[in-house]
Each structure stands twice: as C-alpha cells, then as structure tokens.
Design a protein around this ligand. Structure first.
Ligand code: PMP
Length: 295
C-alpha cells in the first residue's frame, strides 16, 4: 500500500511530498510541529495536541493555515488513506516560502504538511525497560514551544544511541533533570513520591505527561511537579519516561547506574496499565468503525 503525505492542500505519494528550498522551516527552523499517537485506530489526545499547536503558533506569531475542523479532517483522511491503525501522525507548520531574510516576510503564507507512520509499541521495551544517559541541557530558553529547532535534541539522542541507550536526560546548570530529548522524565522517590519537572519554560509540557498526571491524581498516588536532580534519579526507586510515541516506558539504568532492582517497578507498571486502559476508553475514529475490534 503506498504511503500518502499531505502537503499544502494536496495528498501525494510520500516519495513526492516536498516543500520548496526557501521554506522558512528548512532555512531557519521557523516552524512548529505536533506528533499525535495512534493506537488501535484511536487518535490519542487529539484536542490537547491541537491546543498545544495553537499555543506554539501563537508564540511564533504565526497564523494557522487551516482551522481546527480542517486539520481534524485532514488527520482522519491521512489515517484512512494510509490505513494507519498503530503509529503516529506528524504535523508541521512553518512560516512558508519567502526570499531568505530573517525578519518575517510581509505577507507570509504558512506551509502545513502531515505524514503518517506505522509504528507498533515495542512490547519488549515496555516490559523490560530502557537505559538512559545524562547530558548537559544546552537548548535555547524556550523548549516549552514545540518548535522544529531540534539540533541539541538530535545531537543528544545520537549520543545516547552511540552509548547504547534509548534516550538522553538533559541536566540544567543546577544539576536538575529537565527532560529527555524527545520525552518527559519521571522518578519515584525512595519514599514513594512520583516526581516530574513542573511545566515551566524549561520543558515541553508533554501531552502524555499531562494525561499521566491526571491518572496519578485519579489513582490517589502521591505526586508532585517538582524537578529532581541527577543524583536523586540515580537513587530513585523507579524511573520512566513518557511521550506520544513511547507511551510510558520504564527506565532501568541511568549513566550505567541501575535504578531500583533493575526491573520496571510496580508504580511504573501500574501507570502503564492505566494509560493503556485510558487509550482503550477513547472512541476509535469513525473511519475505523467496523474495522476495530474490541481490543
Ligand atoms: N519533551 C520533548 C523535548 C519532546 O520532544 C517530547 C515529544 N514530543 C516530549 C517531551 C513528550 O511530549 P508528548 O507527550 O506530547 O509527546
């Protein structure tokens, strides 16, 4: 089945889906994006993702090229045309094509592209956990904006991969962990408190993070949006990371130090289980009606 991408109003074969060389997303990383998880034919937290997109666009003083109803429509069309049941929808908006000058063009026409990618949950990693390394957080002052300017993240992730790890946890000047290069970071302290960095300008306020905080509250778990240090993480009882494509993934080693007993702990497993239940409670998109089993 051919893969289809959406580029500025057109559905194209993935291989032919291109933007102009003077697109400001390409030239200046002058754009923002979203990644929406798709599981069992369900779009996970679509509305919060679109709210966050609006916020990112607002921070860049960029007008959305499509209204929300149109974005929802294209998203569904992408699911249908790609027969995507498990994977991600990637959506990017840039300030469009203009002669290369840093200041905003006088009359910009934003570009919008969308791709769909099949991706199954890595059940082995979910069960056994992953390793992370730590790195200095060298990003700009606004990682709360989901901008496509991801060079420090790219370099950090590459360093993690070369070290045989899944992710790099970034550490600020005070020795506190902000977040991963493409995920939020969490620990369970020795006295059983769930911690993750507060949603300020130092991190991207993950949609999975927000859903999990809501689940933690519903489960009556003790939690706080408080930063924790690298030392605290290494001495934690449990650790895990969250993102729209990794869901809730146990972390069993940090910089070669084993977390807890080296196995995903009960807290993490319970949150994984409840997150999965939450996904199952979402209505499958209509395009899948009749094709999605009870799961
Ligand atoms: N932090 C960063 C830097 C990210 O790139 C991501 C993934 N987009 C996250 C956190 C997790 O966010 P979400 O749960 O919305 O995918």
């Amino acid at each position: 089945m051919p893969r289809i991408a959406y580029v500025n109003g057109r559905y194209l074969p993935h291989d032919d889906a291109v933007v102009h060389v003077e697109d400001r997303g390409y030239q200046f990383a002058d754009g923002v994006y979203e990644v929406i998880g798709v599981r069992h034919g369900r779009l996970i937290d679509e509305e919060p993702h679109l709210d966050r997109l609006d916020r990112s666009l607002g921070e860049l003083k960029l007008a959305a090229p499509l209204n929300r109803a149109a974005i929802r429509h294209v998203t569904r069309e992408m699911l249908r045309r790609n027969l995507l049941r498990d994977g991600i929808i990637y959506l990017q908006v840039s300030r469009g094509v203009a002669p290369r000058d840093q200041q905003f063009p006088a009359d910009p026409t934003a570009s919008i592209v969308m791709t769909a990618r099949r991706k199954k949950v890595d059940a082995a990693k979910m069960r056994t956990g992953v390793r992370v390394i730590s790195l200095p957080d060298i990003r700009w002052g606004r990682p709360d904006i989901k901008s496509v300017s991801l060079l420090p993240n790219v370099l950090g992730k590459q360093q993690a991969v070369e070290a045989g790890a899944y992710e790099a946890w970034q550490v600020d000047r005070d020795g506190l962990i902000t977040e991963g290069t493409s995920s939020n970071a969490w620990i369970v302290t020795p006295d059983g408190r769930l911690l993750t960095h507060r949603a300020d300008r130092a991190i991207l306020n993950g949609i999975t993070r927000r859903t999990l905080l809501r689940i933690a509250a519903e489960l009556d778990l003790e939690f706080a949006e408080d930063a924790f240090s690298l030392d605290q993480a290494k001495a934690a009882r449990e650790a895990f990371l969250t993102s729209s494509s990794s869901f809730v993934l146990p972390v069993i080693q940090i910089d070669g130090i084993t977390v807890g007993d080296g196995n995903p702990g009960p807290f993490t497993r319970r949150l994984q289980e409840w997150y999965e239940r939450y996904i199952q409670s979402i209505q499958p998109v209509r395009e899948y009606a009749g094709r999605v089993g009870p799961d």
